[in-house]
Write a protein that binds this ligand. Structure first.
Ligand SMILES: [Zn+2]
Length: 268
């Protein structure tokens, strides 16, 4: 809908395509042009489009991450600025996936909304990459299947009645999955080896989140992967960049414009 509006921002990043933020931060290359007003206009556009497209409370976090990133950039805080930009990217990607899964009471959404995701992570209910996500589901459904509805639970962990007790909200009974899909599922509990009765979701790590975004939208996410890798390097323990504080907003604005132009094609 607002696609043409996004495209009109391309001109600002024309000379800013080749280098990653690491190139600029690492060499302290100053960007003289101030594109903050354009970045702010894009922020507003993103905020409206996120609200219009994704009616989830957890989408609000994407909007606040974007605003915190901007605020940090104004104040010359490089790590905080790009950390929040990364969080914005991760959250928008996850929200889009939840939208595409078309599942009532989506367990990923619930885990984030109730701030209980760490309980699942602590138990190592984790998906490290897209292949793990699709591999688990395809084991039951056959290849090329796109899990939506109740079948998203097949990407998780089979557990028996006892071991699934604490994760009822984040699991579905095998019986329900069988009834809805016509599949026949025989699994053992990963904790004790008894017959499994439920599947509990596993939470995707960042790499898996981006991979799943490509899987669910059919888009190439290689460019987003490059953004993600650059942000992660800024935040790396070896990272600490001393970029001139006054000029950080210029670098951040250009990077943000560049990210949004890549991202909007995929999520809206
Ligand atoms: Zn068990």
């Amino acid at each position: 809908m607002s696609r043409n509006v996004y495209t009109s921002y391309k001109k600002y990043i024309r000379d800013f395509r080749e280098n990653s933020i690491l190139d600029y931060l690492g060499s302290n290359t100053i960007i003289k042009g101030n594109y903050e007003n354009h970045a702010m206009a894009l922020m507003e556009l993103m905020e409206n489009d996120i609200k219009d497209n994704f009616n989830f409370r957890i989408a609000d976090s994407a909007i606040s991450a974007m605003k915190h990133a901007h605020l940090s950039a104004i104040n010359g805080m490089a790590s905080a600025a790009f950390e929040n930009t990364r969080f914005f990217l991760e959250r928008v990607a996850l929200v889009k996936e939840i939208y595409e899964m078309r599942t009532e009471n989506n367990p990923y959404e619930l885990a984030l909304e109730h701030l209980e995701w760490h309980r699942l992570i602590d138990k190592k209910f984790i998906i490290y990459g897209l292949q793990q996500f699709t591999g688990r589901v395809w084991h039951y459904t056959g290849k090329d299947y796109i899990p939506r509805g109740i079948t998203i639970f097949l990407s998780g962990v089979p557990l028996c009645g006892i071991h699934s007790k604490s994760y009822i909200k984040y699991s579905r009974s095998i019986e329900d999955i069988e009834n809805e899909t016509g599949l026949e599922i025989r699994e053992k509990c990963v904790k004790c080896g008894r017959g499994a009765t439920r599947f509990t979701i596993a939470l995707p790590k960042a790499g898996a989140i981006l991979g799943m975004l490509g899987f669910y939208t059919g888009h190439d996410i290689a460019d987003l992967g490059k953004f993600y890798a650059a942000y992660s390097r800024v935040l790396h323990p070896y990272g600490f960049y001393k970029y001139p504080e006054n000029y950080l907003i210029n670098l951040w604005s250009l990077d943000f414009i560049r990210l949004v132009l890549t991202l909007q094609k995929i999520i809206f």
